[in-house]
Design a protein around this ligand. Structure first.
Ligand SMILES: [Zn+2]
Ligand SMILES: [Zn+2]
Length: 297
């Protein structure tokens, strides 16, 4: 199934990475069609084939959680899924894990952020790299509605039925949940049944990947980031994932030259050997005075 490889954490150039992965296959345990987003990107970027195991219940990894706050624990969850997948499929050498979260923007809580992770792990070498993508453009919302008109308006704003909707009513212990609607009449008839019993119904977007095309596009972005990181080699040790991982604040204000909180340097970091490099002035040599605490307190 996979050819014997001689990975020693060292690639001397990106072409070696490409020939290392070309023609091999990686297992992706998903019940939500995520291979539709990931497979084309990895086939084009690395020549890697994605295989989805049949009859594998990914719920053993935990169901979708919307309460993860930062990318770091999300990468850990993806790593845990990848390790569980290796444990479950002893013949697989390469596995992929995908993990997503939706949460309030730390500085603008009314904005929803969607962070998607696509992680690749190789059993025999221990190579593990996570592609990450975060964005605020999401199809994630919820509303309490009590009329069919309000339901229709929400459905139209949320691009239903291209994006799935879920209806919920009642208290946690005995909540009624209806989903997997494919058209407006079926959504409306479920709503009419529920509103006969409950004063108002919560309608929310379905965040499962196969019912949320916007999320699916975003998973593809995370897969692109994975390809980018696999091809970004540390100049010191040849390990992949030598990319910008941090920054130093202090870009001078365009008017008064006092350092601002904007990035002065982007920091590239190799977690394999610890090598660091910096890109000075990643976004121009001065900061707009509007960002200066002195000129625009
Ligand atoms: Zn200033
Ligand atoms: Zn290194």
């Amino acid at each position: 199934m996979h050819r014997k490889a001689d990975y020693t954490s060292v690639f001397s150039n990106p072409d070696e990475v490409l020939s290392y992965f070309n023609g091999r296959s990686a297992l992706l345990a998903t019940m939500h069609g995520k291979e539709q987003a990931i497979a084309p990107v990895l086939a084009e970027g690395l020549g890697l084939q994605v295989e989805v195991p049949k009859g594998f219940n990914t719920d053993v990894f935990g169901t979708f959680a919307g309460d993860v706050e930062r990318p770091a624990p999300q990468v850990e969850t993806a790593a845990f899924k990848a390790a569980a997948c290796l444990g479950h499929f002893p013949d697989a050498d390469l596995v992929l894990a995908s993990e997503g979260a939706f949460y309030g923007h730390p500085e603008s809580p009314f904005l929803t952020v969607n962070t998607e992770i696509v992680l690749l792990r190789e059993r025999h070498s221990g190579l593990q790299v996570a592609g990450i993508s975060s964005r605020t453009g999401t199809m994630a919302a919820s509303s309490d509605v009590s009329t069919v008109e309000a339901l229709r308006e929400f459905a139209s704003n949320m691009d239903f039925p291209r994006h799935g909707l879920i209806l919920k009513a009642g208290e946690a212990a005995e909540m009624t949940v209806r989903k997997d609607f494919t058209d407006l009449p079926s959504l409306e008839s479920a709503f009419s049944e529920m509103i006969a019993t409950y004063p108002s119904i919560t309608v929310e977007t379905d965040l499962r990947a196969h019912r949320n095309p916007m999320r699916m596009e975003h998973i593809a972005k995370a897969a692109q980031d994975l390809v980018r990181r696999l091809l970004a080699l540390c100049p010191q040790c040849g390990h992949p994932d030598f990319v910008v991982k941090d920054f130093e604040r202090g870009l001078p204000c365009e008017l008064c030259r006092i350092p601002t909180r904007l990035p002065l340097k982007d920091i590239l970091h190799c977690k394999h050997c610890g090598h660091r490099d910096a890109i000075l002035y990643p976004k121009g040599e001065t900061a707009y005075a509007g960002h200066c605490d002195w000129c625009n307190p």
